[in-house]
Design a protein around this ligand. Sequence first.
Ligand code: G3H
Ligand code: 13P
Ligand code: ZN
Length: 311
Amino acid sequence: MALITTTEMFSKALNDDYAIGAFNVNNMEIIQGIVEAAQEENAALILQVSAGARKYAKVPYLTKLVEAAIIDTGVDVALHLDHGADFEICKQCVDDGFTSVMIDGSQYPFEENIALTKQVVDYAHSKGVVVEAELGKLAGVEDDVKVDSASATFTDPQEAKEFVERTGVDSLAIAIGTSHGAYKFKGTPYLDFERLKEIHEIIPNTPLVLHGASTVIPEFVEKCNAYGGEIPGAQGVPEDMILEAVKHGVCKVNIDTDIRLAITAEIRKYFVEHPGDFDPRQYLGPAREAVKGMVSHKIRDVLNASGSKDK
Ligand code: G3H
Ligand code: 13P
Ligand code: ZN
C-alpha cells in the first residue's frame, strides 16, 4: 500500500476496456468515501486536488488525509494535481509529494502550450512524477482557466500526435464535447467519438483523459430539487457514452460534480428532516456514505473498473 504513479495503472487500462476514476477531493469525508469504495471494488484509484482544493483544505491536511486513507484501507492511490495553471504550482506539487501533475496550457496557443508542458515534464520526470497535459478546449469554467463556450474547440488528432512527441507527456486530456459542471448539454448529449477513435489510432500508446465526465446522476439532482433549491437544466454525460469512451483509449475519467451533488442532496435531505439538529457528524456521515455509494457505482457500472487493481 502506497502512493503510486499512474504509469502502471494506465498501461493496463490502455490494453483493456476500463478506465481509472479520478475523483476530486476537498475534505476528509470525501477522501474516506472514495477510498472505501475503491477498497470494496478492488479498483485502481486516482485522487485529484485542484488549486481551489489546495486553497480550501491546505496541502498538509490533504496529503496527510490521503496517507491516512492508504494506511486505513490498504488501497494504492495516485495523488494528482488537477488543472495546474502554471509551472510554479506543478513544481510545488511535485515537491509536496504528489505522484502526478496536470499542466493545463489548453488556453494558450499550440507552441506556448508545448513549451510550458515540456518545462513541467522535464522537472516532474527528473523527480519520478508523471504529467498530464491538455490540448483542445472544453466548454465552461476550469478552475483558474476560463473558457468561453462559444470558442470551445475540439482536439485535433494531428496536433495531438505532434504535441505528445514534442513534450514527452505521459497522458493527454482531450476535448471531444464534455464540459465541467452540471450543465453539459443544452439539447441532446453529443460526444465526437469519431475524433476520439482517430486520436487513439494516431497516438495508441498515450493514455487519454476525459475531463468534465460527471454523469450528473438524476437521483441526486432530483433529491437536491426535492429538498431545497432547484438545479434546473442539469445534464451530464450519459453513462453509456463513458462506457464507450473507455473502449477507445480513455484511461482516466474525471469526476467532481457528481461528488458535489451526492453530498449536497444528502445534507439538504437531512436538514429538511431534522431541522433542529446541529451535530456535523449526523449529516456528514450520511454524506460520506452517499459519496461511497456513488463512487462504487461509477467504478462498477460506468468505468468497468471493478477488480482493476489486480488486472
Ligand atoms: O475541473 C475542475 C474541478 O471540478 C475542480 O473544481 O476548482 O472548484 O475545486 P474547483
Ligand atoms: P465534472 O465537473 O464533470 O465532474 O468534471 C470534473 C473535472 O474534469 C475535474 O478536472
Ligand atoms: Zn477538469
